[in-house]
Design a protein around this ligand. Structure first.
Ligand SMILES: [Zn+2]
Length: 399
């Protein structure tokens, strides 16, 4: 399909914002939204929601759900961040759900705090620059471009603040919004070669807690029941659950147990993460982990907690249609958009599992995500913003 006159106008509008996009990225990279840093998260959320309000969106701040208490890195309940849902509902076309996360993995008190542009002006490093401040910045600009050029589109922009820690607070809201829309777009960075991820594995968390009976090793060893030995037995069991060829991975760590070498430990705990390619793999690991649990009154007792919070995201016909639509836009704009699969997980997994065809790597290009040398390819700001804007325009017309 050739680029239409209005699409050309949208792209030119975005091209005219090249410097503004970079300034905006610099501003947002400088707001340290890692480690559930409420102040920066609130400011970032306010900045985006007010820009979207200028485009006619109504914002709802939805309170987050608590995390399961057994998970590592337990959230302090009074700091659960809300999910912002900004709706622009004209009732004119297909409804598009755009999802972005405000949080990063970077320590606000660390040394990696700002956007630093390389001497060749082609790349820059900064905390969250590619995952996903760049994605947020281009999405806001793409929607502004459509508005400025009078291109009608029905969209909802969902901004959560806990994606990097598993989206436990926002999961329910993502699911509910997914059910109300026709197409899902998430702003995770492109894969290393600029590819669009069309299928993703899934991921889950678990905890194995063993309870035994404490005893003094010298005086009363025979009456003790070691929780550490019980956990050891479970972990040997877990080591046989992985099957790399079938995409099943079970990792355990950290573990803890015992307080002193002369005391039989009465509690030991191991936390772990599983990966799977499809629902059958998830079911298999769910069952195998569950089989380690004992009855309530067993001694030692084994309790297994599981939360498979990111279902696998296989290629479906809806996703393929969406990916091909994105590729057509890319090619029409003189770009390329190869497809690939990845083992990484994101909110796209939740969106598609809720029935919404979703592509989730529409953000900017770069690399070294989650590392103190995370970088962005600066040319991708304009390119990917144009791609996103034209894609949204076409999808909302049902093309
Ligand atoms: Zn991300």
């Amino acid at each position: 399909m050739p680029v239409s006159g209005v699409e050309r106008e949208v792209c030119a509008w975005i091209e005219g914002r090249r410097d503004r996009l970079l300034d905006d990225l610099r501003l947002h990279v400088g707001l340290p939204t890692g480690f559930n840093n409420t102040k920066a998260l609130d400011e970032t959320r306010d900045r985006f929601t007010s820009r979207l309000a200028d485009l006619g969106a109504q914002t709802e701040l939805l309170p987050g759900d608590p995390k399961p208490a057994w998970l590592l890195g337990k959230q302090i309940d009074d700091r659960i961040p809300p999910t912002a849902v900004c709706r622009r509902n004209l009732g004119t076309g297909k409804r598009i759900l755009i999802a972005g996360h405000l949080d990063t993995v970077h320590d606000p008190a660390g040394n990696f705090r700002e956007l630093t542009i390389a001497p060749d002006n082609k790349t820059a490093t900064g905390p969250g620059c590619v995952d996903m401040k760049g994605g947020l910045v281009i999405a806001a600009c793409a929607l502004e471009a459509l508005h400025a050029c009078n291109v009608e589109a029905d969209w909802t922009f969902l901004l959560n603040s806990d994606e990097e820690t598993g989206s436990y607070h926002s999961n329910r809201h993502i699911e509910e919004e997914s059910k109300k829309h026709d197409w899902g777009l998430a702003l995770e960075p492109a894969l290393p070669g600029g590819e669009l991820a069309v299928e993703r594995g899934g991921s889950g968390q678990f905890m194995i807690e063993c309870r035994g009976k404490a005893a003094h090793v010298g005086r009363d060893f025979g009456s003790g029941v070691s929780a550490v030995y019980a956990l050891g037995g479970c972990l040997v069991g877990c080591s046989g659950f992985s099957d790399v060829a079938r995409g099943l991975a079970v990792n355990v760590g950290p573990i803890e147990g015992g307080a002193a070498t002369n005391a039989v430990p009465d509690r030991a705990v191991g936390w772990g993460n599983v990966r799977y390619r499809d629902a059958a793999g998830a079911d298999e690991l769910w069952e195998k982990l569950g089989s380690l649990a004992t009855d309530r009154d067993a001694m030692p007792r084994v309790v297994v907690e599981r939360s498979f919070n990111r279902p696998a995201k296989p290629m479906t016909s809806g996703t393929e249609r969406l990916a091909l639509a994105a590729r057509r836009v890319a090619e029409d704009l003189g770009q390329v958009l190869p497809f690939a699969s990845t083992g990484g997980v994101c909110d796209g997994n939740i969106m598609q599992h809720a029935g919404l065809p979703t592509i989730d790597t529409l953000g900017v290009r770069g690399g070294n995500l989650h590392r103190p040398d995370e970088w962005i390819e600066l040319a991708s700001l304009v390119e990917r913003c144009q791609l996103l804007a034209v894609l949204i325009a076409r999808l909302s017309r049902g093309a």
